[in-house]
Write a protein that binds this ligand. Sequence first.
Ligand code: ZN
Length: 274
Amino acid sequence: MERLIITVAPTGSLPRKEQNPHVPITPSEIAECALRCEDAGASILHVHVRDQDQASSDNPALFGEVVDLLAGRSELIIQISTGGRAGSTLESRKFRLVVPCEMASLTTGSVNFPRSAYVNPPELVEGLAREMQERGVKPEMEIFDVSMITNAIALRDMGLAQAPLHFDFVLGLKGAQPALLSHLAHLANLIPDGSTWTVAGVGPAQLSMGIHAVLMGGHVRVGLEDNLYYRKGELASNEMLVERVARLSRELGREVATPDQARALLNLSLRKRT
Ligand code: ZN
């Protein structure tokens, strides 16, 4: 089986230090945490940034600081979040892509959470896809339900995304799809041949969904963005979560990809950041 690509999502837009002191908030905390996660086996860094009050931020200067702090010290693939759960606009979400990166997340539809709607209308999704296409950034299609796979394929058919596509199945968020093996298998069966996929299980499902993905030939995302605990009652750090999935994957006979091996598996053009 091909090597396992581990993405770390260390920060996200929501968790705060009060909930888990290991959540990296400042650019230097994020960069130092990323280096520890790279040592533990991560090959992709999914980046969100925060302002001084720990609130989610769109400020490209903060994203740029993370990238600059890693330059020359890390081989990690930088994946900028274009998520808008903090309520930001198309323009501000697009503006984050001025930061040099090889990948960016792209949610291809809308979803209701228990107390809010995460709205991604077609013109916004297409605008972000076009921006990524023009900048040579590979989208990671964030899939909260089946229809978002259809929407991602439609982007490819419109020439706004290039095959092979890469998907991230988000499972276990209230309001979206439950974290069940049957759902994961269904999603993996629906994507076009030659695509790659990873899974982001939320909360305790991070471990179970990740191990299913290891066995199924998918890839895995871990990190405090999606899950604050190592096990019930014990807070995790990002590197603990990366280390665990890397160790279990090797135990199950599947080696872990280096960043350059991940670039090859994802058909990134091996353009290194300068
Ligand atoms: Zn994210």
